[in-house]
Ligand binder design. Sequence first.
Ligand code: UD1
Length: 439
Amino acid sequence: MEKIIVQGGQTLRGTLRVQGSKNAALPILAACVLVNGVCEIRNCPDLSDVRAAVRILRHLGCAVERGEDSLRVDARTVFRAAIPHALMREMRSSIVFLGSVLSRTGRAALCTPGGCEIGARPIDLHLSSLRALGARIDETNGALCCTARGGLRGTTIRLRFPSVGATENILLAAAAANGTTTLYGAAREPEIGDLIRFLNACGARIRDLGAGTLKIEGVPCLHGCTHRVIPDRIAAVTYMAAAAVTGGDVTLTDIVPAHLACMTNVFEQAGCRIEEADDRLHLRAPERLRAVRDIRTAPYPGFPTDAQAAIMAALATADGVSTIEETIFENRFHHVCALRRMGADITVEGCTALLRGVERLHGAAVSAVDLRAGAAMVVAGLGAQGETVIDQIQHIDRGYEKIEACLQALGARIERSADSGSTKPEQQFPLRLLPLRYG
Ligand code: UD1
């Protein structure tokens, strides 16, 4: 099993280009199924979740080729409407294929992706919205069998919560439906904006009327296009946290500063100086961060739940008491345990974490229990004294492209190891062979 090994205490300096957005690329790849043509998706990160989406596309009948930083998807040959369980469970966001497969083929058979470490993650909003668009959905033991004989029909949908995935599924299903759909209470994350730009470039007619209202005029068919995926704001904030926790001085390029506004504000409150230009940001951190009170995760433009773990890792050593409230997912404090093991003083009450900043964390053996918790372990390890060994790094690889190479470029001492752990021989246990017993 591969591990990431971090020797903490190096100040990060330099310039890093931020990868394309995972959460924008995945629904755009699902949207390719709608297109009777060829799409070229540029700035598409090479991640295990993206590779899982490519396997689904190929299974459905698409021809997919990987270029240097792009994917070319030819969906003219789609011939399947069923996605096997093994492919669905590779990544949770596979549910976003439901809207596009149903719209393209008039049916879809797949299973619910199920809950995960961070919460139950129901899909009731996805299903009720697709039903409102005219889909018939039978749900038995997690298997979804959906049909839309005669096609999907435009309608009015009001989401009780601005779910990102449900908004994406509605966009995909309604883009080629008969008639117009008005969606109230849509998610407003930048990744939704990118999906709309992609669909419109393919001939869809989607207008963002502001305040979470989208008007989607269904069109008979979509054509191919070339699209560049937006930069990954969560990868950007992870590298900002890494720079901040080491007292670093780092420039991030190929970002959209406006997408980071809420997070930039937190780093400024923590004492970092931040300068922004068109597509770049320069962060200079103080020797020690200041605590930040009242961070509260919320749908965009609020503070993103996906940035919560990395910020917590950075604030674990800030001067004073910080508080972070998680409002999006019910179970997203798994990283607290590992941070405590590294010496952090964090207590959790309900959905609020109280961080009493300690002078320094120390290295430890920890696990990347989920994607963003794993990134938080890397951030914590970079600021800690000594060696941190992180296992279960397949979770990190779902969302970060070559994380160790990116951080090495900023001067971090971090490496990936295929062996069982520590790079320090004195920390390895001597191997004692026991006599074999037969019989
Ligand atoms: C997406 C992101 C994920 C991010 C999350 C919130 C992708 C691939 N993933 O996940 O990284 O953390 O947005 O910004 O883009 N909910 C329901 N019923 C539903 C759907 C959602 O109750 O039908 C609830 C969820 O349980 C959760 C909340 O709504 O508590 C937010 O979920 P949602 O916005 O749908 O997140 P995802 O699309 O799964």
